[in-house]
Design a protein around this ligand. Structure first.
Ligand SMILES: Cc1ncc(C[n+]2csc(CCOP(=O)(O)OP(=O)(O)O)c2C)c(N)n1
Ligand SMILES: CC(=O)[C@@H](O)[C@H](O)COP(=O)(O)O
Ligand SMILES: [Mg+2]
Length: 624
């Protein structure tokens, strides 16, 4: 089936290919991506859209000597195919398989690890300046999407790079899409660039004319230069980048390998910071992904013919419960407004967007701005909710502390993808939020044991008048068949689900289900357990916990957060400060390391936080 792709084992193998061959190779790579990702799942649309650009970059530049950084990195599959990893694509994003993002341990060609958006320009500039200081010679390129360019740190880096003399190339891969439609003034500006081909032509013409004028007096050259500058103002919409100190080249057809290589060859020889604006189509070459680039941004295994996912979700996800609950309470509370940072569908806010468009804000990939924007809305009497993935909220930590909690503003943080997210791995697991949120004064931190409890917690949150963070995992929210007592939650009480005398499990969030399963297994050995659903990581319901552990020596805390600064460490601290001594406390949590990618259940097993492993560990404890 594949002829050319079979011969590509390193970027060197591209050098001798003609444009014709490269175009044939693009087709083969698209077929390869479709066939492989339809089986494993992954980031399909972004990679289908960047095939020619990836080939042209590796044809013109010499990785790994030249450094290439992929912003977010979800679109680096073609780069991985070119750099000798095509035979491992059947293991994509699987446990011990290749990552869906650049990983330096995977290849020397992965010069910087990414996963969170908008970091590539900062990283690339750092590499370029290090090269200059060390007196080395090679190219540095940062490849960033139009969505990632809406991230504030990208502009911090452009601002810094612009006035540096360093030779540095930024390639803007503009496909008009973030995960959903791209948003904001920048996106509109880029749209003018895309639709205004005259600039590219005119600027060249002007340069041609000026370069033909025989040697002329300084003043005339200056006037001519001024003229060019003035013309630039009229015709060069790339003036935003030019005024920041970049040489702007574009718009370039990001699917025309000939044009791309010519522009890249030229850029390679130019001095100073350069930005090349390429225009691509997200999902190119696969009709479903072209038509619905958002739906095929990140997709699980699917049928190529119909475009339909193989596995259908039977129950509601936590994200859907958030969306439905918000739509319901917003009906009677006009002050409720919802914010997303470029992830309306991932967070479940799309329903709210459809129902209340005037109360919905997609701020782009700008979590820092989103948090303080929410603080502004709250300070002026509204009730904002910011729905965000746990890992991406890390981006707005200081804003949570400094702009929301210090002023005790009633912002609700609905923190999705908390705990282990699975195939996205280290850069995306939400295993730090208990640690990074619990130390902030005025902030309450909650975790529901299931979807039903999430709904109650959301209603509770809007009943409060202070900052509230509710964190919940990726995926389905199968309810525990134990009735929930809303009053308890409004009274900020923990839930004693069952009582026993040998062990006390104090679990939080999705780990409550695991605690109940372990307690059930222990009953087979005549061991009875108390199981407490903490509900509140902050404030901890001291009274309920202390009264229920009085006569129990063995205490097990359970969480899907790292141990350091996590829930268990706070329980231990609470017991200590309340003078509770000689208890045998075991904190079950993730260790002080980054959890790799893979199937979620497998990762829990690997870290001995699954039901079976905990059961065995307790039996061993008893034997000791
Ligand atoms: C800080 C951060 N916020 C949100 C995300 C989630 N995310 C991943 S890709 C993406 C959109 C990227 O759009 P763009 O840069 O244009 O790349 P494209 O997929 O269009 O090629 C988003 C929002 C992220 N990775 N990092
Ligand atoms: C690349 C990126 O950061 C997002 O596409 C992320 O992978 C989405 O994660 P979910 O699939 O959990 O929505
Ligand atoms: Mg894009």
């Amino acid at each position: 089936m594949y002829k050319l792709i079979d011969k590509i084992n390193s970027p060197k193998d591209l050098k001798k290919l003609s444009y014709d061959d490269l175009n044939k190779l693009s087709k083969e790579i698209r077929n390869f991506l479709l066939s492989s990702i339809s089986k494993t799942g992954g980031h399909l649309a972004s990679n289908l859209g960047i095939v020619e650009l990836s080939l042209a970059v590796h044809k013109v530049f010499n990785s790994p000597r030249d450094k290439i950084i992929w912003d977010v990195g979800h679109q680096a599959y073609v780069h991985k195919i070119i750099t000798g990893r095509k035979d491992k694509f059947d293991t994509l994003r699987q446990y011990k398989g290749i990552s869906g993002f650049p990983k330096s341990k995977e290849s020397v060609h992965d010069s910087f690890e990414t996963g969170h958006s908008s970091t590539s320009i900062s990283a690339g500039l750092g590499m370029a300046m290090a090269r200059d200081i060390k007196g080395e010679k090679y190219s540095v390129l940062s490849i960033i999407g139009d969505g990632a360019l809406t991230g504030g740190m990208a502009f911090e880096a452009l601002n810094h790079a612009g006035h540096s003399e360093t030779d540095f190339i930024v390639i803007l891969n503009d496909n008009e899409m973030s995960i959903s439609e791209n948003v904001g003034g920048l996106s509109k500006y880029l749209n003018r660039l895309r639709t205004d081909p005259t600039y590219y032509k005119v600027k060249d013409d002007v340069e041609q004319i000026l370069s033909k004028i025989p040697a002329i007096g300084k003043s005339v050259v200056k006037t001519a230069q001024k003229a060019k500058e003035t013309i630039k103002y009229f015709f060069v919409p790339g003036v935003l980048f030019e005024e920041l100190g970049f040489t702007y080249i574009g718009p370039v057809n990001g699917h025309d390998i000939g044009e791309l290589t010519k522009v890249l060859e030229r850029a390679k020889k130019m001095k100073g910071p350069i930005i090349i604006h390429t225009i691509t189509k997200k999902g190119k070459g696969y009709r479903f992904a072209e038509k619905y680039p958002d739906k095929y941004h990140g997709i699980s295994a699917f049928d190529i013919k119909t475009g339909k996912k193989i596995k259908k979700a039977e129950d509601k996800t936590y994200s859907e419960i958030l969306g439905d609950t918000l739509v319901d309470i917003a009906e009677s509370n006009p002050d409720i407004v919802a914010i997303t940072a470029a992830m309306p569908s991932g967070t479940g806010l799309n329903k709210f967007e459809n129902k209340y468009p005037e109360r919905f804000f997609d701020v782009g990939i700008a979590e820092q701005h989103a948090v303080t924007f929410a603080a502004g809305l709250a300070s002026n009497g509204l009730r904002p909710v910011f729905a965000v993935y746990s890992t991406f909220l890390q981006r707005g930590y200081d804003q949570v502390l400094h702009d929301v909690c210090l002023q005790n503003l009633p912002v609700v943080f609905c923190i999705d993808r908390a705990g282990i997210v699975g195939q996205d791995g280290e850069t995306h697991h939400g295993v730090f939020d208990f640690s990074y949120l619990s130390n902030i004064p005025n902030l309450k931190v909650l975790a529901p044991r299931d979807g039903n409890e999430l709904e109650i917690m959301i209603r509770y949150a809007f009943n409060q008048n202070s900052p509230i963070a509710i964190r919940y995992p990726r995926g389905i929210s199968k309810d525990i068949d134990v009735k929930n007592d809303s009053d308890d939650i409004y009274n900020e009480k923990a839930e004693v689900i069952q009582k026993g005398k040998d062990f006390c499990f104090i679990a939080v969030g999705k780990m409550v289900k695991t605690a109940l399963e372990v307690a059930k297994l222990l009953e087979k050995s005549d061991i009875s357990s108390t199981v407490i659903n903490a509900r509140f990581v902050k404030p901890i319901d001291k009274e309920t916990i202390l009264s229920n552990i009085k006569d129990i020596d063995n205490i097990i805390t359970l969480e899907d957060n790292v141990a350091i600064g996590g829930f268990g460490s706070q329980i231990s601290n609470m017991l200590n400060t309340n003078g509770i001594k000689n208890k045998n406390i075991k904190v079950l949590a993730f260790p002080d390391e980054f959890v790799e990618h893979g199937d979620t259940e497998l990762l829990f097993k690997h870290h001995k936080l699954d039901t079976e492993s905990i059961y065995k560990e307790i039996l061993d404890m008893i034997k000791e």
